[in-house]
Write a protein that binds this ligand. Structure first.
Ligand code: ADP
Ligand code: MG
Length: 238
C-alpha cells in the first residue's frame, strides 16, 4: 500500500533552504506529478522521499510507518532515472534481474518476475540483447523493468523522458500511463513539462522555489489556479 505523507519536510544545503517546509499527502495508487521550473527543488524533494538525501527537518511517512530514518532500500520504493543507469555489459535479462539477484532471490522466482516484467513492457523478444542494441525507448523500458520486479509500494520517476526525442516522449508518456492503469501502484513523476503534467497526473503538485504553490487535479489547476504563478505556468506553453 503506497501512501506517502510529508510532514513539515525541509532541506537546507549550506545556507540555502532549498525546501523551506512542505506538507503533502499522496494516496495509495495515485499518479502524482511534481511540476515546476528548473531548480525549484523537484529532484531534491523526490530524493528526500527516496531516502537518497536526509531531511533537514520533518518526517516522511510511508504506508503509515515513519520512514524518515530508513535507508533507501528499506523504503519499498523504486526510482527510475533519466539516464537509465543500465549496465552496458549485461543483457536486458540480467539488467532487469539485477535487483532481485542482489536481494538473494531464488533463480526460479527471478526468472518468473523478469518474464512477467518483460511481458508488461513488451521486452520479451529483447531479453538477450545488450543495452547498446536497443532504442532509447527500449532502454527506458528496461530501466522501468528493473523497478517493476521489486514490486515497490511506489515508483519514483525523475524526468525519465527528457533524453528522448519528441515523438518517442509522447509514446513513452502513454506507456507509463498504461503501466499505472495496469499495476495501480502509486507513482510520483517529476517533470518541468506542463504537457506531461496535464496529461498524466491524477494530482499535480506545482512547485516554485521549494514551496508548493498549489495541489490539484489538472482540471482544477487549469480552471481554478490559486495564483498568477500557477495560471502562468500551467497556462503557457514551454
Ligand atoms: P529541480 O530538480 O527542480 O531542477 P533541484 O532539486 O535539482 O531542482 O535543485 C533545487 C536547488 O537545490 C537548486 O538551487 C540546486 O542548485 C540546489 N541543490 C540541489 N542539490 C544540491 C546539493 N547536493 N548541494 C547544494 N545544492 C543543491
Ligand atoms: Mg531535477
Amino acid at each position: 500500500m503506497g501512501s506517502i505523507t510529508l510532514k513539515n519536510v525541509s532541506k537546507v544545503f549550506g545556507a540555502h533552504a532549498v525546501i523551506p517546509s512542505i506538507d503533502l499527502d499522496i494516496n495509495d495508487g495515485e499518479f502524482v506529478v511534481f511540476v515546476g521550473p528548473s531548480g525549484c527543488g523537484k529532484s531534491t524533494l523526490l530524493r528526500l522521499i527516496a531516502g537518497l538525501e536526509d531531511v533537514s527537518d520533518g518526517a516522511i511517512v510511508i504506508d503509515g510507518k515513519n520512514a524518515t530514518e530508513l535507508p533507501p532500500a528499506k523504503r519499498g520504493l523504486s526510482m527510475v532515472f533519466q539516464s537509465y543507469a543500465l549496465y552496458p555489459h549485461m543483457s536486458v535479462r540480467a539488467n532487469i534481474a539485477f535487483p532481485l539477484k542482489m536481494a538473494g532471490e531464488d533463480k526460479a522466482i527471478i526468472d518468473k518476475k523478469v518474464a512477467d516484467a518483460a511481458r508488461v513492457l513488451n521486452l520479451t523478444d529483447y531479453l538477450d540483447r545488450k543495452p547498446r542494441q536497443l532504442s532509447g525507448g527500449q532502454r527506458q523500458r528496461v530501466a522501468i523493468g528493473r523497478a517493476i520486479v521489486r514490486q515497490p509500494e511506489a515508483f519514483l520517476f525523475d524526468e525519465p523522458l527528457s533524453n528522448l526525442d519528441a515523438a518517442l516522449r509522447v509514446n513513452m508518456r502513454l506507456e507509463i500511463s498504461q503501466l499505472h492503469q495496469q499495476l495501480k501502484t502509486t507513482m510520483i513523476y517529476v517533470t518541468h513539462d506542463q504537457v506531461e503534467a496535464m496529461t498524466m497526473a491524477d494530482k499535480i503538485v506545482v512547485l516554485n522555489r521549494g514551496r508548493i504553490e498549489q495541489v490539484g487535479s489538472p482540471l482544477d489547476l487549469y480552471h481554478r489556479p490559486d495564483n498568477l504563478f500557477v495560471a502562468g505556468f500551467i497556462g503557457s506553453p514551454k
